[in-house]
Design a binder for this molecule. Structure first.
Ligand SMILES: Nc1nc2c(c(=O)[nH]1)N[C@H]1C(S)=C(S)[C@@H](COP(=O)(O)O)O[C@H]1N2
Ligand SMILES: [Mo]
Length: 502
């Protein structure tokens, strides 16, 4: 077998190193926005199997928002760090798109050139041989150089596992957390143990991947380094060039680490610019893989009443007297006088609908899982009316629907006075079967803290598109004139993507 490392192999190896670092760092940013992990169908406080925060949460529902549970990571650790889960998610998306692309090219060339035979074991002899190597390593010895052709048995097993098992596992558990996939193929999410199962498994895979990277880099410098380093840089095993290879590798590692950190500070230096660059770029991936999936919760049979969660987290607290006296007055009056303005924002015509009028419209009911992009989830039965059955016919020139809340945003991007929470939906989302105004949850009126008396459900998207305490629903031409112009409160304040399908 040819022992050389062709240029494509060395190049994809380096690109992979850069991207794995970006994936880990942006993944930690996402995890730090809700530093707890569960195996359950709900995320009740105190039932985590692992947490990275000392904060004790109240057991009571609806008094504590997930935004309050965020932890700030240093930009040296997280990408970008400092409670920027929106931008962290975009970096994760961009890195994963490039990582999968690099991986496909790498694996394609591995098979195209026959070099896969150096990595993938084709005989069971590899097991006893790997065992012998392992015994040597744990007694701080190393197998002699003839065992490396160019890899020894233990390396073959390790690399085969990482490339063909762990990497696909990360992709599969990662996409299982996307609402677009969950609302279209709920069985797929259930297969991984629900949203929390997928999330916890993704975390465990991350630990294995990070552990592999550390061991792999360490061993390269410990075991027959004069061969490895020359191999990685020059492709052959001319050990005379060892010193040169050593300098090149060490400086490359330093440069990559500085690049990782620079990405964080560059992102933080102008977060709006980062959002402008990252969202359209990652939209390419959403367009290819997710935008065509239409939710169909009413037809699914995977999730049943058995799966309904006991505990439901909250993000956003109900309006207060100062924020919305009219909502408070209606609440204290059994929702008498509560109305939602539904209409055409282009001409400014609208109709005030009472709850009773809304309940008379065609009703839909289904079981679906809510996910906040921070990571928590809860499964409920939601009942309400489809947005299309509520709205007047689409006026000429209307391209979006804007939904506004009686409640205010939790915080604004520039700390200006808080404005009403809102979200805009594109036409595809508006016409989806699972875009509804819900007035019942689990057969009872929607709880106050969960958006009562009526809140949006947009099952193909994460929670930040689901406006609670709905005040108005109207057709609009463009969302650019509302808020900061990004199409929703969490897009504006937390720099999320307009498209909340992953
Ligand atoms: N009015 C209003 N609606 C809102 C929010 C908010 O802060 N205010 N938060 C959003 C976010 S980020 C999430 S995850 C969900 C949470 O819904 P829940 O509190 O019913 O669980 O509500 C969404 N709708
Ligand atoms: Mo959220």
């Amino acid at each position: 077998m040819n022992p050389d490392f062709p240029l494509w192999l060395r190049a994809s190896h380096l690109i992979n190193f850069v991207l794995i670092g970006m994936l880990l760092r942006s993944g930690w940013e996402i995890l730090s926005s809700l530093p707890r992990l569960w195996w359950r169908k709900d995320c009740a406080p105190g039932t985590e199997w692992l947490r990275f925060t000392r904060r004790q949460l109240p057991k009571e529902e609806g008094v504590y928002t997930s935004l309050m549970d965020e932890k700030s990571l240093s930009p040296l650790i997280g990408l970008p760090g400092r409670e920027n889960v929106g931008l962290g998610r975009h970096w994760h998306g961009l890195s994963v798109m490039l990582w999968v692309l690099n991986g496909i090219i790498y694996v394609g060339l591995l098979f195209g050139t026959g070099l896969w035979r150096r990595i993938v074991p084709t005989s069971w002899d590899v097991v006893p041989e790997a065992w012998e190597s392992l015994k040597m390593y744990v007694s701080f010895q190393t197998p002699s150089i003839e065992h490396y052709q160019p890899y020894d048995a233990l390396q073959m097993l390790g690399y085969t596992f990482v490339i063909f098992v762990l990497a696909p596992f990360m992709m599969l558990t990662g996409v299982a957390m996307a609402p677009a996939i969950r609302s279209r193929y709920p069985w797929y999410v259930k297969f991984w143990g629900g949203h929390q199962g997928a999330r916890s498994l993704h975390f465990i895979g991350m630990v294995l991947m990070a552990g592999f990277v550390v061991m792999h880099v360490g061993l390269v410098f410990l075991v027959h380094r004069e061969y490895n380093l020359v191999h990685m840089v020059f492709g052959d095993v001319d050990t005379a060039r060892y010193a040169q290879a050593f300098v090149i590798i060490v400086s490359t590692i330093v440069a990559v680490v500085l690049f990782w950190i620079a990405l964080s500070y560059l992102t933080l230096a102008d977060r709006v610019r980062a959002h402008k660059f990252l969202v359209p770029t990652t939209e390419i991936g959403r367009r290819i893989f997710l935008n065509w999936m239409r939710p169909r919760s009413a037809e699914q049979t995977t999730y049943t009443d058995e799966d309904i969660s006991e505990f439901h987290w909250t993000n956003g607290l109900p309006p207060t007297e100062e924020e919305s006296p009219e909502w408070i007055a209606a609440r204290d009056n059994d929702w008498a006088g509560y109305t939602i303005a539904v209409g055409d924002g282009l001409t400014g015509t609208s109709r005030e609908l009472t709850l009773d009028e809304i309940r008379e419209l065609p009703q839909v009911s289904y079981i679906a899982t809510h996910t906040c992009m921070q990571g928590w989830s809860a499964t409920s039965r939601w009942t309400g009316v489809r947005l299309v059955d509520l709205l007047p016919e689409r006026p000429e020139g209307a391209n979006y629907v804007l939904v506004e809340s009686y409640g205010l945003a939790q915080k604004m991007y520039d700390n200006r006075p808080r404005e009403p929470f809102y979200a805009a939906y594109d036409l595809e989302t508006v016409y989806e079967a699972d875009t509804i105004l819900a007035y019942e949850r689990n057969g009872r009126p929607v709880d106050i803290h969960l958006g009562g008396p009526a809140r949006m459900r947009v099952e193909s998207n994460h929670g930040y598109k689901h406006v609670k305490w709905v005040r108005s629903i109207r057709w609009i031409a463009d969302y650019a004139e509302y808020g900061d112009g990004r199409g929703g409160t969490r897009e504006d304040s937390a720099l999320q993507a307009f498209n909340g399908r992953i």
